[in-house]
Design a protein around this ligand. Structure first.
Ligand SMILES: [Zn+2]
Length: 389
């Protein structure tokens, strides 16, 4: 049994990979956020304008930059901003597995904004196989998707000779990775391997152990250094140059026609994100099993840092909404999602138990996880023990 320590300002636990606490037990994500008030944002904006000017195609015979887009609030915001700055982007979308109606609608909206969009769908038959392998091997059904959303836009950059890629936020800044990584303004191969969510499952394992053909993995491969250098590919995080706020990104995207879901998504307390695929529910649940926190904590923390919720209010919301067995997502039953990848409910529960960090959840005297009749676990401590509520 392990009593997790939490940041005293937000609700991030020490189990979060890469997160560090200072001597006051304040996490790196909160420190990064506080540092934003000392940043000269006018200066950063000038830096951004210089970069855009440098990469703008003066001959008007190629696109100025690539924007990887999912159709979500952040990608709509990125497109709106780049158009505002006079750029002519090529938007690249990697079609998700288990696409939702609302996700498709929002993706279609991007096409109405006045940009070219390239949609790339990886082999769906293979993706089902990879989703099953990802779930069983590393406890992440969206492993293949997370790989492709990084590799495909970079491959497009190489093949279309468009050096500049505009990413959204540096997830290690808002979510508190180590200092060197969270203050990066460019996305490198090193960053991707470390933080891109590949969890150590690489193509060699897929080829040797699962009989996947090398040629089937082309979209999941990162271009070689030679290719990247030839084109001079540079990926920048827009959140380094403009203060990033997911809440206002949604408001702005809504003004352009983006739709939120009709209620707060399962495993979430917002209706504005993770709308593109049904698999988000399973993905976030495994994060909860492995680390003892899920997407609700991420969302609540962003609201706490921005003064929209107190820590106590956030904690109540986390207890109410986080870590429920993912019986459905956006109304789609788990059973149907599992059938698509040829996994039974029994197998799924076995995999859940395998990836659960038993030190963080209540177990009986035999060491078995205690579950309620809906399959929900009991987390041992939701807050620091000394000031436990
Ligand atoms: Zn914090």
């Amino acid at each position: 049994m392990k009593k997790i320590r939490y940041c005293k300002k937000c609700l991030f636990p020490e189990t979060k990979p890469g997160l560090e606490f200072n001597e006051d037990q304040i996490c790196t994500a909160c420190q990064n956020y506080d540092d934003r008030s000392h940043i000269d944002w006018d200066e950063r904006k000038k830096e951004l304008m210089n970069i855009l000017e440098k990469y703008k195609n003066k001959k008007e015979n190629n696109w100025d930059c690539i924007i990887p887009v999912s159709g979500g609030k952040d990608s709509i915001y990125q497109v709106v901003k780049m158009l505002e700055f006079g750029m002519n982007p090529l938007c690249v979308n990697v079609a998700p597995c288990g696409p939702t109606d609302i996700g498709r609608k929002n993706m279609d909206l991007i096409k109405e904004l006045g940009v070219d969009v390239l949609e790339f769908t990886t082999n769906r038959k293979l993706r089902k196989k990879l989703n099953k392998i990802g779930l069983i091997e590393v406890g992440d059904i969206t492993w293949a998707e997370h790989a492709a959303v990084f590799t495909v836009p970079i491959t497009v950059a190489v093949n279309y000779n468009i050096p500049l890629i505009i990413w959204g936020e540096n997830s290690q800044n808002e979510y508190g990775g180590p200092v060197a990584d969270s203050q990066k303004n460019v996305l490198t191969r090193e960053w991707l391997l470390k933080w891109g969510g590949l969890l150590g499952l690489d193509s060699q394992i897929l080829i040797e152990k699962y009989d996947v053909k090398k040629s089937e993995l082309i979209p999941f491969e990162y271009p070689s250094d030679d290719e990247l250098n030839r084109v001079g590919v540079t990926g920048i995080f827009l959140g380094y140059y403009i203060p990033w706020n997911s809440f206002s990104n949604f408001l702005i995207s809504q003004a352009y026609g983006m739709e939120g879901y009709k209620y707060a998504c399962e495993g979430s307390f917002l209706n504005s994100e993770n709308l593109d695929t049904y698999y988000h529910g399973i993905h976030d649940y495994f994060k909860f099993l492995k680390l003892g926190f899920g997407r609700v904590t991420d969302q609540v923390n962003m609201a706490i840092r921005r003064g929209m919720l107190t820590r106590e209010e956030g904690l109540k919301i986390v207890k109410l909404r986080e870590g429920k067995f993912p019986i459905s997502y956006l109304g789609k039953p788990l059973k149907e999602m599992l059938e698509e990848i040829d996994v039974t409910m029994e197998e799924f529960i076995e995999v859940c138990d395998k990836f659960t960090n038993k030190q963080l959840f209540l177990c009986d005297e035999n060491g078995n996880l205690v579950k309620d009749k809906y399959g929900n676990l009991s987390k041992i401590n939701y807050d620091n023990v000394e000031d436990n509520i």
